[in-house]
Design a protein around this ligand. Sequence first.
Ligand code: 5AD
Ligand code: SF4
Length: 462
Amino acid sequence: MSRTLFIRTYGCQMNAYDSARMADALAPHGFASVERPEDADLVILNTCHIREKAAEKVYSDLGRLRRLRAERAAGGRELMIGVAGCVAQAEGRALLERAPFVDLVVGPQTYHRLPELVQRRLRSSGGVIDTDFPLESKFDRLPEETAAAPGISAFLTVQEGCDKFCTFCVVPYTRGAETSRPAGHVLAEARRLVRDGAREIVLLGQNVNAYHGESPDGGNPWSLARLIEALADLAGLERIRYTTSHPLDMSPDLIDAHATVTKLMPYLHLPVQSGSDAVLKAMNRRHAVDDYRRTVAALRRARPDLALSSDFIVGFPGETDADFELTLALVDEIGFAQAFSFKYSRRPGTPGALLGRQVPEPLKRERLALLQERLDRQADAFNRATVGRRLPVLLEREGRRPGQKVGRTPYLQAVHLDAPDVPLGMVVPVELVSARAHSLAGAIRPGPAPDEAVIAAAEAVA
Ligand code: 5AD
Ligand code: SF4
């Protein structure tokens, strides 16, 4: 039977990966993806529970879908509504109580069962739920072939879940215990992605650098560094990235990989959350600010041109003005090319929600504005400092104007350039000529190999 599917993705890159895999699971059952919910027989919201705002958004979207279904009913066409992802996992049956018109509720570890769930829903009179943490791994049950070709830059989940239990975070509850996919499976998926056109692979995990996957030859488990080294041998793969990392798991072999694996991009997302030891302790981050400084210094020794991005939370319970000042000082000291900052959001079921000394909302707002202003200034300065430099740019998509393409520098900066005769997927040497708020303009300038040019430029600055 031919049917249509629309998936709306909220939240992190892992949800983006999961949405693509849900489409893969449903494709053999006749579901073809469409661009708009209005055209779909099945609409799935793949949700995020990390902060209250993200979680609440689902309900307003569901309200819209309910109206769409009512309009549809007049024309005799049905609409099935599914909720997947971390809100589905966290709320389960409560979600069906609050939104009884939902047909399917499926967690992040069971979406390989979507085709069965659709069948079950067709036979039952109410919504169906599957939020198990099953023994089988979804990765072993999903089809190998993907329904849509990967982009030039493709996500690949290698690790999931988390055992760190930071006191603010829902991930250990929604995604479950930390697990790594066997290295052989990851390599096979990477080979298929490259075969189908990917030139960059972004290895994903909630705690990706805690990766310890079964070895293909039955030996000791592979670390993330070992996995990256093996991926670097894939012909046709130009770039490797990984996200998100915990500072505690930045092991010496992974830091070394930044020195030795040229395909590993000199850009790292390494969340620190706060610049205050007291706050880090209350957050159960299990490291001090000095540990972070030392890790960054080691990374910069390994790869002098490395740029960093980070996550910050302001207004964690007990955070004083002095603690917050320490965060601002750390930002000045380290220097970030990019960063994400959030007001602390009290999440049900996490230890942080029960702590006293919750910070009032207006104070959180004030601190967030101050921090964001400083981080924006740094990001802007970073972009402006790359103007005039020649960087290797991976061409990822067509631009708006004819002949224009959009690519990315090693630092994930989007660059617009004229390259009518160069195919997508090529890495070209580009001189950055101007910086705008969220993108740069560049021009192709041949010269010495881009990698050498990057290192030479970094050494000139150091
Ligand atoms: N409140 C605010 N921010 C949070 N994050 C995770 N949980 C919360 C919360 N309860 C942020 C952290 C994390 C990023 C993915 O989201 O900074 O690194
Ligand atoms: Fe959440 Fe902390 Fe685990 Fe990251 S390390 S997913 S912030 S519990």
